[in-house]
Design a protein around this ligand. Structure first.
Ligand SMILES: [Zn+2]
Length: 55
């Protein structure tokens, strides 16, 4: 797991998961009340979470 930050400064937890060799996918979490639930957009600013756009 890695800690990244949205453009708005919200902390996002990223997990890379590798089911089989070439089948990677990425899950995002936000610490706090929604922890445990994966999210696709930042709950703070609504920006779509994309690993390439996170700091
Ligand atoms: Zn944000």
């Amino acid at each position: 797991m890695q800690e990244r930050y949205c453009k708005c400064g919200n902390q996002v937890i990223v997990q890379y998961q590798n089911k089989r060799s070439e089948d990677w996918f990425t899950r995002f979490w936000i610490m706090g009340s929604t922890f445990g639930k994966t999210v696709r957009v930042c709950p703070h600013c609504g920006n779509p979470l994309n690993i390439d756009s996170l700091k």
